[in-house]
Design a protein around this ligand. Structure first.
Ligand SMILES: [Zn+2]
Length: 383
C-alpha cells in the first residue's frame, strides 16, 4: 500500500514538473471567494467580487455583454481600480444613465478576470443577471411565444390582454405573413406613471415602448383603459415581430412601413387620424413617402398625419397587392435593401411611384367617403 502511494506521489510530481517548469517559485493560490450581481432597477446593475491569493492581487477586470439581437457580440471590459492586496473586495456599477437604460426583464452576462503578482490568472464562468423591475410583484401568463407580466388586475385582465395579443399576431400573419420567430415579453404597468418610473429618460408622450432588439415591450395600462391598452399591445407587438424578421446590419426599415404595419394591426384607423388625413387631402398638404421614410416629426400635429399616412400606405399595398407581396417586401428589407430598390423589385415602382399611386388611391377613397356621408344630408334637405 505504502509503495503504491509513493509511486502515485512520484507520478503526480513528475506530472506537475512537466506542466510547470518554474516550480521553484511558490505556488500561488488565487481563488474567487464570491461573485454576485444585483439589479437596482432602473438605475444600475451592481457587480461584486471577493478574491484571495497568497500573493497580492494586482489586476481585476469585469467583462459583460448585454443580451440583445446584434450581428457581432459586444463585450465590454472594465478595469477595476482597487488597492492591491492578498484579499480584495471590489464592486462596480453599470450606470444606466451612461448606456441609455435597459428594459425590464433584459439580461446581462458577466464574468471576472483576476490576476495576482505571481502572474496566476483566474477567469470565472459566465453568469447571468436579470435586470428585473423588482419594485412590483409581477405575475406571468404565457401563450405560444408571448409572455405577459402584470401586477395589477386579476387573471381575467391578463387573459383579455393575451387574447388581444394573439389576435393581433393572427391579423399580422394574415396581412403580411410575418410571425414571431423568438419569444417576447410584455410588461404591463398599472399606469403611465409606473411605466415612466421604469425608464431612465422618460418622455412625455410615452404610453408604450417596444425595445425591439430585446424582444421586450413595456406599456402602462390603467384598469379603465383596457380598450386603448389592447390597441397599444397590437401596435408595439407588431414592432417586435417586424424587427425580429427584418433586422440586418445594413439598413433599417422605412419608418412609414414600420409604423404603418403597427397601426394596421391595431385595427381601423381612429377618427382623430382620419380627420388629419382628410384635411391634408383637402389642403393638398400630404407628406411625401420620401419624408415618411425618416423618423417622424416631433410636433404632435404633424406626427398625427405621419402615422395616418403610414397606415394608409400599408393599407394601400396590402389591399391592392396582397399578403405575398408584403412578405416579399419584408424579406427584401431583411437583406438590407435600399428603399427604392426594395419597392422596385417587389412592386415595380420606387418611392416616388408609390407616392403618386397612393395619392390617387387615398384621394379617391376619402372623396367617395365624403360623398357617401353627404348623401343622407342632401336627401334630408328635400324635406
Ligand atoms: Zn410605433
Amino acid at each position: 500500500m505504502i509503495k503504491k502511494a509513493v509511486l502515485l506521489a512520484l507520478i503526480i510530481c513528475l506530472f506537475l514538473a512537466i506542466l510547470s517548469p518554474g516550480l521553484v517559485q511558490a505556488q500561488s493560490e488565487l481563488t474567487i471567494l464570491d461573485s454576485s450581481a444585483e439589479a437596482e432597477f432602473p438605475s444600475r446593475l451592481n457587480f461584486n467580487l471577493s478574491a484571495h491569493s497568497n500573493v497580492s492581487i494586482t489586476d481585476i477586470r469585469l467583462c459583460y455583454a448585454v443580451d440583445r439581437a446584434s450581428f457581432a457580440e459586444v463585450i465590454s471590459e472594465v478595469y477595476i481600480e482597487f488597492m492591491s492586496s492578498t484579499t480584495v473586495d471590489v464592486g462596480w456599477s453599470l450606470e444606466m444613465v451612461r448606456i441609455g437604460g435597459l428594459p425590464p426583464g433584459s439580461s446581462v452576462e458577466y464574468w471576472w478576470k483576476v490576476e495576482d503578482a505571481s502572474g496566476n490568472k483566474v477567469e470565472t464562468a459566465p453568469a447571468q443577471v436579470q435586470f428585473d423591475d423588482i419594485r412590483y410583484p409581477w405575475r406571468s401568463l404565457t401563450e405560444g411565444e408571448v409572455t405577459i407580466y402584470w401586477y395589477q388586475g386579476d387573471d381575467s385582465f391578463a387573459r383579455e390582454l393575451m387574447t388581444a395579443a394573439q389576435q393581433a399576431l393572427g391579423r399580422l400573419a394574415e396581412d403580411t405573413g410575418a410571425h414571431l420567430e423568438k419569444p417576447v415579453k410584455l410588461y404591463i404597468y398599472a399606469d403611465v406613471n409606473d411605466l415612466k418610473g421604469a425608464m431612465i429618460y422618460p418622455q412625455e408622450w410615452t404610453g408604450g415602448v417596444a425595445f425591439t432588439r430585446y424582444g421586450i415591450m413595456a406599456i402602462g395600462i390603467a384598469p379603465g383603459n383596457i380598450g386603448w391598452g389592447k390597441r397599444a399591445i397590437a401596435h408595439e407587438l407588431t414592432h417586435l415581430v417586424i424587427h425580429q424578421m427584418t433586422l440586418n446590419p445594413y439598413n433599417s426599415l422605412p419608418n412609414w412601413l414600420d409604423e404603418g404595419l403597427a397601426m394596421h394591426t391595431e385595427g381601423e384607423l381612429g377618427s382623430a387620424f382620419t380627420a388629419y388625413l382628410s384635411r391634408a387631402i383637402a389642403e393638398d398638404s400630404l407628406i411625401s413617402v420620401q419624408s415618411l421614410s425618416s423618423p417622424f416629426s416631433a410636433y404632435a400635429e404633424e406626427a398625427y398625419l405621419c402615422y395616418a399616412q403610414s397606415y394608409s400606405l400599408v393599407e394601400f399595398l396590402i389591399a391592392n397587392y396582397g399578403q405575398g407581396k408584403m412578405l416579399e417586401l419584408l424579406n427584401t428589407f431583411r437583406e438590407g435593401s435600399g428603399y427604392d430598390a426594395a419597392l422596385e423589385g417587389v412592386y415595380g415602382f420606387d418611392m416616388d411611384g408609390l407616392d403618386s399611386l397612393w395619392r390617387e388611391y387615398v384621394t379617391q377613397q376619402y372623396q367617395s367617403a365624403a360623398e357617401v356621408w353627404m348623401q343622407p344630408a342632401l336627401a334630408g334637405a328635400g324635406y
